[in-house]
Design a binder for this molecule. Structure first.
Ligand code: WTA
Length: 638
């Protein structure tokens, strides 16, 4: 097996060969891949693991800084190449092109701002920022000085910011005064100020001015980005990090309780995100790659920033939304920037497909070569629309399955190299050993190959999350307790006769709405905060654009009745506690919720009712209160 410097597999036969080697001798395989990166000191042990504790370490003893791999090592050959193209929300505002050399200087410069404000290796820094280059600069600056970034998506509420800051005791918050979204201006600083009332660990707030509006600042705590830059030099040596030192924390919803701060470490994450970027997207030197995700999600971390920059690619960052100024904005940008790779979510495709094709046809889309999909299963109709109208029938679609926890793409075609099949994420990447588990927790072996079950992974991979921040027990319970010795994904999957995988959706209480991972429990908790609410249950139901939407079944305290006012108060409560994305599409008031004899809400039944599958409710006679079912069906139909 010869590994080229760009790590790219170049044929289906080669894929099979690499895959085989990665299973037969994983350590040798990853050793050779990792050798293509810049290390300050080579590791002494490639892999050490035990899925029972669970404890995983990759490239132990290796020393590096990921920003030297994203920036410094490219300077000689790619210094003048564009690293980031930034496309503003307003099409009349100027596009920014930032070369690798410029990015290197900006990151080093801002890294000194962090240091000058007392940030040291290991400190946690929260980023709550819009999609502007300064977000990329701030995250890389954290990595440069060895601080751990915790990015909170700038659509989350102040309560959500505060709980994330407090969970990992962040010392600093970096934000912007405002953000443009379509024709709206959203005040981020105000949201932060609200959160900061409850976050004792924050010592400093750095504010980037995105707009000229006056911004109230608290003295001794709040500082403007530009003022801080004036105080420091532009040279900043990269901190030496251990391969297993924390690179970042990223919160993801769980099926119960508060969000989990997934912990990603430096060496393995770098190797995994870059290897998969190079292979799934197969970028060439002059390609323009655009992932439309927000950097606040894992997709943005791995495939706008770390993967593409380590690979020396040109990555596009878009500040705006697909519907502004009209539904053709994505395609207008593709033409304007000559985008070759376009990576988005099925929910965006479905939302755009609802509008007249003229929005697409106005643009020629000739530069596109490769399309990608991520975040949820892509349905047949959306796949064909994407393929026919955006790809013009000649761009391979890579349907990439992965998770915040996996850090990098796990199942996907390699663009132009391995076969695609509509609605299938297809084959595991090298190094990814999948297992389908039956309901008894037994692995369904490869013969017969065609099978359906719960998706698990039976061997470590470099970019996997190492823990849940401050709660290793939860990491163990959620991911390693379902199936002994295996990582459980929480997803169901089907495997066809040729070994291609199709993800069938979550099998736990996580609902994916418009590609966003939402736990039902935190939303229920928010609703239950309302003084008139006795109890609530959230389920997902099929939705034309969102893929899945949320339905809330709510019971009220005695003597209270439903009203429009109550409905809007509940929606507002959810938006304020979690964020607007978690607002239920439907709110149904009922007299009681179906329960098992042990008092557990039977969400399965509620799900069927919300999906109009009332003839498939199954046996309800074992319920504590079977009578409520008919009542709920009637309430739902109203
Ligand atoms: C779902 C996003 C089907 C899945 C990268 C997973 C998908 C969850 C796909 C993780 C796909 C992601 N096909 N389902 N191509 N990609 N999912 O953590 O249920 O935001 O477990 O990571 O999204 O969501 P997360």
């Amino acid at each position: 097996m010869h590994i080229p410097q760009n790590l790219q597999i170049k044929s289906f036969a080669e894929y099979k060969q690499w895959y085989k080697q990665s299973v037969e001798n994983p350590e040798k395989f990853w050793d050779e891949i990792a050798n293509q990166f810049l290390w300050k000191k080579k590791w002494n042990k490639t892999l050490e693991y035990d899925f029972n504790t669970p404890k995983v370490s990759w490239f132990k003893g290796g020393k590096l800084n990921i920003t030297e791999n994203c920036l410094d090592r490219h300077l000689e050959k790619l210094g003048n190449k564009t690293a980031i193209i930034w496309e503003p929300n307003d099409p009349d505002e100027e596009t920014r092109h930032i070369t690798y050399r410029q990015l290197y200087v900006k990151v080093s410069h801002f890294a000194n701002v962090l240091k000058n404000n007392g940030i040291k290796k290991g400190d946690r820094v929260c980023l709550y920022m819009p999609m502007i280059p300064e977000l990329a600069i701030a995250m890389l600056a954290c990595a440069r000085v060895g601080a751990v970034h915790s990015i909170v998506f700038a659509g989350f509420s102040s309560t959500a910011i505060a709980s994330r800051i407090n969970d990992s005791e962040c010392k600093m918050l970096i934000t912007a005064n405002e953000v443009y979204r379509g024709n709206k201006r959203v005040n981020l600083k105000e949201m932060c100020d609200e959160a900061l009332k409850q976050t004792p660990s924050i010592e400093t707030v750095i504010v980037y001015r995105r707009t000229v509006e006056p911004t109230p600042m608290k003295s001794n705590r709040d500082k403007f980005w530009f003022d801080e830059l004036q105080k420091v030099s532009k040279d900043c040596a990269a901190e030496e990090m251990d391969a297993e030192d924390l690179l970042f924390i990223l919160y993801t919803s769980g099926s119960t309780g508060k969000p989990k701060g997934m912990v990603h470490t430096t060496g393995g994450y770098m190797v995994g995100s870059t290897f998969t970027f190079q292979n799934v997207f197969q970028p060439n030197e002059n390609d323009i790659y655009w992932c439309t995700a927000d950097i606040g999600w894992i997709t943005g971390h791995s495939y706008i920033i770390y993967g593409p920059l380590c690979a020396g690619a040109t990555t596009v960052m878009f500040e705006g939304i697909p519907s502004y100024p009209d539904y053709g904005r994505f395609w207008e940008i593709c033409d304007k920037l000559n985008v070759t790779h376009f990576y988005t979510a099925p929910t965006a495709i479905r939302a755009l497909a609802k509008h007249p094709l003229d929005y697409v046809k106005k643009h020629n889309l000739q530069s596109l070569k490769i399309l990608g999909s991520v975040g949820e299963p892509i349905n047949e109709e959306a796949w064909h629309w994407y393929n026919d109208h955006i790809g013009n029938g000649n761009c391979p679609i890579v349907d990439t399955w992965w998770q915040t926890e996996t850090g990098a793409i796990m199942i996907s075609p390699l663009a132009g190299i391995t076969p695609t099949r509509p609605t299938f994420a297809t084959l595991p990447l090298p190094g990814v050993q999948l297992a389908l588990m039956d309901e008894n927790g037994i692995e369904i072996e490869q013969k017969p190959i065609q099978a359906e079950g719960r998706l698990a992974i039976k061997f470590p991979w470099p970019s996997m999350a190492r823990s849940v921040y401050n709660d290793h027990e939860r990491y163990k319970n959620v991911y390693f307790s379902q199936f002994k010795g295996k990582y459980f994904t929480g997803d169901g999957a089907y495997r066809d006769a040729t070994g291609n995988y199709r993800i069938t959706g979550r099998v736990d209480d996580v609902v994916i709405v418009s590609g966003h991972n939402l736990g039902t429990a935190p939303i229920e908790n928010a609703i239950n905060e309302h003084e008139l609410v006795a109890e609530s249950a959230i389920v997902g139901f099929p939705h034309e654009v969102k893929g899945t939407a949320l339905c809330a079944y709510i019971t009220l305290h005695e003597g209270h009745n439903e009203s429009d006012k109550l409905t809007s108060e509940i929606k507002k409560l959810v938006a304020d506690t979690i964020g607007p994305i978690a607002k239920p599409d439907k709110i149904i008031f009922v007299g009681g919720l179906p329960k098992t004899r042990s008092g557990k809400i039977m969400r399965r039944i509620l799900r069927k009712i919300a999906s109009n599958e009332t003839d498939a409710l199954g046996d309800i006679s074992t319920l504590l209160n079977p009578d409520v079912v008919d009542e709920i069906i009637v309430a739902f139909g109203k």
